[in-house]
Design a protein around this ligand. Structure first.
Ligand SMILES: [Zn+2]
Ligand SMILES: [Zn+2]
Length: 343
């Protein structure tokens, strides 16, 4: 049996207890319809931290033990399973959180496979990208345009698709105002997609560095959410708001900024004490995105219309990077990379 190195989680536990172990483990061969990816990079997502620390055990995640986390993965195809003809060994590819879907349900057959009830999530139900190699389904693997760097592209596969799908829920354009609340990796992508619609973008966050990056990425205005006067100045001014910060106080701020008749898109859980009808507002939840949307994200990146902001670390340092994420000490999206991987 061949082997590889991977970050494996046996039992969820607080990251301070270092529950991940970088160790030698089995390297399975791709089954029919699957391919193996020699991983170049895997983005570090807050949801990885949630799973590792055991926040989602009640929801059945992780579904296997041990499990290899990671769901924004890029690399080169290194082996093909039976029947896979769309890819060749050496192709640059990526995988998003949606690892597989049933392909037969009403959602899968109407281009909404992200809602498939039998969907499998990369690194939560099956092994993910914190490893030297990963198995993917060919049906949910995407060619990465040759002009894109594979380390910088990794976050396109979770923050990118998540932000794109959230903005895609809106019908906004020139003359409209969109406010983005929560400026981590996803928020920074959403600022760019919202700006591409021609709408005026207001970025709202509490970290000065994040506000600065948002301005560089096309936000017309930035508002420090810790400043009540600044928030009051944009009250009732946005045709649409998008929230990526899972806090009730942020939801409340977002509704304060949303115009009557406007739409709030939430890419995070939301709790509402009340939802008055007299403002005729709309709430739309958004979860990851479809294959079609993922391909659009890659096209926009290849055309230079959007970009990621990343810091790269060696794969073996995952625990240290996740601890920094838990402490709020990361400046931008962290990416774990395997040095020296080539086609
Ligand atoms: Zn993610
Ligand atoms: Zn399905």
């Amino acid at each position: 049996m061949t082997s590889m190195f991977a970050q494996e989680l046996d039992q969820p536990a607080p990251i301070a207890q270092a529950p991940l172990t970088w160790r030698e483990t089995a390297r399975p061969a791709p089954a029919a319809g699957q391919l193996e990816i020699h991983v170049v990079a895997c983005g570090v997502c807050r949801s990885n931290l949630h799973m590792i620390e055991g926040d989602w055990v009640d929801g059945g995640v992780p579904a296997i033990s041990p499990i290899i986390p990671g769901h924004e993965v890029t690399g080169y195809v290194s082996a093909l399973g039976e029947g896979v003809t769309d890819f060749q060994v050496g192709d640059p590819v990526g995988v998003q959180p949606l690892w597989s879907s049933c392909e037969t349900c009403e959602f899968c057959t109407s281009g909404r496979e992200n809602l498939c009830h039998d969907r499998k999530i990369t690194g939560e139900h099956v092994n993910g990208g914190y490893a030297e190699y990963m198995i993917a389904t060919a049906a949910h693997t995407y060619p990465v345009p040759a002009s894109l760097d594979l380390v910088e592209s990794a976050p396109l596969f979770c923050p990118g698709i998540t932000a794109f799908a959230a903005v895609d829920k809106l019908t906004v354009g020139p003359g409209d105002t969109v406010a983005i609340f929560g400026l981590g990796g996803v928020g920074h992508m959403a600022v760019q997609f919202a700006a591409l619609t021609g709408a005026r973008v207001i970025a709202v966050g509490r970290t000065p560095e994040h506000l600065e990056v948002a301005r560089e990425l096309g936000a017309a205005d930035t508002v420090d959410s810790r400043d009540p006067e600044a928030l009051a100045a944009i009250a009732d001014s946005a045709d649409a708001v998008i929230t990526f910060a899972p806090a009730d106080v942020v939801t409340e701020q977002a509704f304060g900024v949303l115009k009557w008749g406007g739409t709030l898109v939430n890419g995070v859980p939301l709790t509402l004490a009340e939802f008055p009808f007299n403002k005729a507002q709309t709430i739309q939840a958004s979860v990851i995105g479809t294959r079609e949307q993922m391909r659009e994200v890659l096209e926009l990146a290849a055309a230079g219309k959007i970009r990621t902001v990343v810091d790269s670390f060696e794969m073996a340092r995952a625990t240290e990077v996740l601890s920094s994420l838990a402490d709020g000490a990361l400046r931008s999206r962290a990416v774990l990379a395997n040095p020296g991987v080539t086609a």
